[in-house]
Design a protein around this ligand. Structure first.
Ligand SMILES: [Zn+2]
Length: 165
């Protein structure tokens, strides 16, 4: 999910901004996937279906995450590994899904004696996170990662670059 992709409001399709003059179409360019289905149905004499418009592929507050099923499968897997550190970065923790996910995994961390829950974000977490988040790193995420890469390069080794060696 990012600002560089567009997502259809009607079907699961995601697309690039820079194809088919999408950048200049307002209010929202029509979805090529929905258009293809409609054209095929029309040609076959079937009932017409809706064409969704494309919007930035980001999740707004109180929106359901379209990939909620994949996220919960990943979270279930991560919980089963019994992690002892949860690193939360670049979120205000106000989105419903993110809030639940963090609390869910933090519960696993809290059950471990030496577990740590760390938030890296410029904004201080709300009082309601006391007892959930142990450490708040008041820093820009990118700057923090660059600093970490300098101090602990082995932690952030890119697997693809390792294969090339
Ligand atoms: Zn669509």
């Amino acid at each position: 999910m990012d600002l560089y992709r567009l997502r259809c409001i009607n079907c699961p399709g995601t697309y690039c901004w820079n194809e088919d003059s999408r950048e200049t179409e307002t209010p929202g360019p029509p979805c090529p996937g929905c258009t293809k289905i409609l054209n095929a149905r029309t040609a076959a004499g079937d009932r017409a279906t809706a064409i969704g418009i494309l919007r930035p592929d980001v999740q707004l507050y109180d929106e359901q995450d379209p990939r909620a099923d994949s996220v919960s499968a990943i979270a279930r897997h991560d919980r089963s590994l019994r992690p002892n550190v949860l690193l939360i970065m670049g979120t205000s923790l106000k989105t419903h899904g993110v809030r639940d996910l963090v609390k869910d995994i933090a519960r696993v961390i809290h059950n471990r004696q030496a577990g740590k829950v760390v938030l890296v974000n410029l904004t201080k977490p709300a009082k309601s996170w006391d007892g959930v988040i142990y450490y708040w790193v008041e820093w820009d995420c990118d700057a923090w990662v660059r600093d970490l890469m300098g101090r602990q390069p082995a932690l952030v080794t890119d697997e693809s670059s390792e294969e090339q060696r």
